[in-house]
Design a protein around this ligand. Structure first.
Ligand code: A3P
Length: 300
């Protein structure tokens, strides 16, 4: 099959019944308790694996495209002919796991796992992690729209209702705050690279250079320029191998939204009321103060 989810049929009814694993909700159908348990406890990590890790809606697919191109020295042929789910499989799912097992090294692997259920084998390996984060207010807005079109995530109902759920961590993949604070504990380790959606927006070329260096693939200027060109929002929108249009309708309903929706920073300003923004800030401060970390989005 073309894609990891193509064999699974979804319905709104199923979507309401999330898979629960270690107190975290996962979208049903392609995640199961067995596949998550396998990912955590038995997944064999190779020393040259590269993990692309995010909380949902933080730039996961953008980073898949960037990393795929870097590995191919800027040659866009792979990105343009092979679905992103086959280039950087979701190894926490049954079908993604099969794809991952059959990939030659170095593998790109994608997941939204919080650190406490990440493959145990990683922690004694030399594998690398690229962790991409984004302004949680923009994550929330993007997540809200995405949940309307991506059936297994379940109908978000009203924006305010979804905001409440997001702030309390009652959404698939759990709390954004826990995800970030959990992964940030690895800060300073040489095999983990933190980057933000905002940094990618501000300086894609510089970000690509730093990522290539981290991966030990120092590309020449022409190769860097090709990575940048092929990972622009417009280029990705035109590429059916990453714009989600090849996914089955039961999984992604293209009539209810567009996966590559706006691709900007600060869209939260067109969604939040003043009261919602104040409420969000209060929760943010409460949850984040202990991190002693400054993020680009805090300036806006
Ligand atoms: P919006 O809904 O705000 O537009 P993920 O891949 O983690 O699901 O994240 C999807 C978000 O990343 C969407 O945000 C999408 O538009 C944005 N995105 C993907 N590729 C992008 C690119 N090349 N440039 C800017 N934004 C991009």
């Amino acid at each position: 099959s073309l894609h990891i989810v193509a064999k699974v049929t979804f319905s709104q009814e199923m979507a309401a019944k999330h898979v629960q694993y270690k107190g975290i909700k996962f979208p049903p159908g392609y995640n199961s308790v067995d596949s998550l348990c396998f990912a955590e406890n038995e997944f064999q990590v190779r020393d040259d694996d590269i993990f692309n890790i995010t909380y949902p809606k933080s730039g996961t697919v953008w980073m898949i495209e960037i990393l795929s191109l870097i590995l191919r020295g800027g040659n866009p042929a792979w990105n343009q002919s092979v679905l992103n789910s086959l280039r950087a499989p979701w190894f926490t799912t049954q079908l993604g796991l099969e794809t991952a097992h059959n990939l030659p090294s170095p593998r790109l692997l994608t997941c939204h796992l919080p650190i406490q259920i990440f493959p145990k084998a990683f922690f004694s390996s030399k594998a690398k992690v690229v962790y991409t984060m984004r302004d949680p207010r923009d994550v929330l807005v993007s997540y809200y729209h995405f949940s309307k079109m991506c059936i297994p995530f379940g109908d978000p109902k009203s924006f305010n209702h979804f905001l409440e759920r997001f702030l309390s961590g009652d959404v698939p993949f759990g709390s954004w705050f826990d995800h970030i604070t959990g992964w940030m504990k690895l800060k300073g380790k040489s095999n983990i690279f933190f980057i933000s959606y905002e940094q990618l927006q501000q300086d894609l070329c510089g970000s690509v250079k730093r990522l290539s260096h981290f991966l030990g693939k120092d590309l020449d200027e022409a190769a860097i320029a090709s990575v940048v060109e092929n990972t622009s929002f417009e280029a990705m929108r035109k590429n059916n191998m990453c714009n989600s249009t090849e996914l089955p309708k039961e999984f992604m309903d293209q009539e209810k939204g567009t996966f590559l929706r706006k691709g900007i920073c600060g869209d939260w300003k067109t969604h939040f009321t003043v009261a919602q923004s104040e409420y969000f800030n209060r929760v943010y401060q409460e949850k984040m103060w202990g991190l002693k970390e400054t993020f680009l989005w805090e300036q806006t």
